[in-house]
Design a protein. Sequence first.
Length: 722
Amino acid sequence: MEAIEDKLPGKYFLLISVHGLLRGEDMELGRDADTGGQIKYVVELARALGADPRIDRVDLITRKIEDQRVAPGYAAREEVLAPGVRIVRLPCGPRRYLRKEMLWPHLDSLVDQITQYISTLGRIPDFIHSHYADAGYVGTRLASLLGVPLLHTGHSLGRVKRQRLQEKGDNAAALESEYNLVQRIEAEEQTLDAADLVVASTAQEVDEQYALYDKYNPRRMAVIPPGIELSRFHPPRRVFGRPAILHELERFLREPRKPMILALSRPDERKNITALVRAYAQHPTLRDIANLVVIAGNRDDLASMERGPRQVLSDLLIDIDRYDLYGKVAYPKHHQADDVPELYRLAARTRGIFINPALTEPFGLTLIEAAASGLPILATEDGGPRDIIGHCHNGALIDPLDIPAMGQALHNALTDRKQWRRWARNGLRGVHRHYSWQGHVDRYLKVIDRVIEKPARRRNLVTTRSRLPEIDRLLVCDIDNTLIGDGAGLRALMKRLHDTDCRIGFAIATGRRIDSARKILKEWKVPTPDVLVTAVGSEIYYGHWMVEDESWQTLIDYRWDRDGLLEAMGDLAGLKLQIKSEQRRHKISYNVDPKVMPSVRDIQRHLRQRDLHANVIFSHQAYLDLLPLRASKGLALRYLSMKWNLPPERILVAGDSGNDEEMLRGDMLGVVVGNYSKELEKLRGQPRLLFARRDYAWGVVEALDYFDFLDRVVTHDEETGE
């Protein structure tokens, strides 16, 4: 922690980038379709934010990967990038490396992992910035949970990708099978709806690409072009050695001094590499005046690659053979991160050209790198290249689907020497003027201040931040006949909580449904709790906006057969289903006649004989609830204890009836208020449990004093609790 604590207090940014192989040094850009420009962008953004004196902590959250096929560093829990800046790797699904399309079922788990991580810090981020659709899914839920603003950068968009690939002739069903575009697009819609600010790289991205979405709102979008490490990318110097990558290229090229057409991308179908090879091969003179160098990631064995990259590279090799381009096209198997600046400079020395023929390009970081290296560019007319060439005037736009026109544009760029020199000079000036990281961060923070932080300009921004990561103890109260029932007692309890200096959270655990609970709390003027456990423990909600804990819903769904239970319970006497509004997805509720109904044990036996599974809860001698095996108020509180890093002895639970029984047992502190229902009498003598002498909220106040809960916290383990 020393690197972070040495800095003055300032803003805390949490960046999320889920997929790809993410590390601070020797980034494996181009290794696969998921390890591309986004990886480089988020690492450099994290460093640039951390270097600003207004920011004292930046955490870049990504997925922890333990896989023999990748470097062991991707399994390290933390990696320091700079003072106050680190990569934090958290478990998400299987340990092995997965392509992004396979991660969707595991993203809710990552939400929980990040929540636990933040709770151990005891500090809530000031801003969350998600990158790509999968991180947007995570960030949307996390921002709602914590009550902090969400920034989002799409990097590429599912609707645009589907549109472009369909224009190319790809089958819609095959696209869905390969890319899970329906799920991705829905996540993007949810993120756009939730985000307080969408950071785009280009105006075209805002005006045309995001405009395809239902939740498009340009007032919450800002164009902030990313920066570049200008110290690494510069024109070739007079004294020019032989970089290692040159030896690799010379293995392929008969005349390596010819002008170099350089393409650098992942082996992704969207990058349109095969169209470039055909444009080069089919032009009558282009192959005679220039070499083509295609840097398409790193590979060891083509046959062992995933299907998408393998197909792209196979098509490239087939075209090289079909057009007999041997000696004219270089396609090395490996390159290092340090080779990339040298490649740009090699191309510039040969008076070559850099080309990005992608079908869609949200930004185009390689175009800026090439420009900073004194290398003119040709780029797809889609997305970021429009802005880059508009700012720098260092090249021309091309139609990525018009192969003959692409070949002619390359020929024109290489044969017009005067234009080449003008483009090279313009690119150098434009990059330094428009694309520095310091300029990016200045603009980034200025937009945040304008769009988010000034109250007059806020939209539906959460005004009450979650306190859960910062609390060190939690008071949990049932509502009916515990928290409410005596107005003076309730006011006394609320005043004690308000006046305390300790970091205490306040939660409700009730049999009521969420809308009913909120209504009665409002009527009794109870402040919004930090947590509401409702429907007898089958639902958990957080904070001002009552965000539901979806992970809890998934967890308790185990062996839950609602229809089967309803049918089986219809055979029993003394039970009448409560009204429809009282029935929930994971709760079946009955009014009962205790003189006629079978015992709880007989009901459990009846269900087990039919291979049905439920937690049967009888309360107030009048109500019966069926919940999933993993659901109850007690289990919900133990889940919260683990999720928010709260030891059981730092949780005080107050109740009055049978549906409170489970949460009053065990290691948590408990109080049974004086007006309790007789089914709780059997708990008398339990350790850490007080049977209060006073009724309603006065009994809770009594417990605060008995356990010294607002100060040292005394468990009374050696006492009976009477």
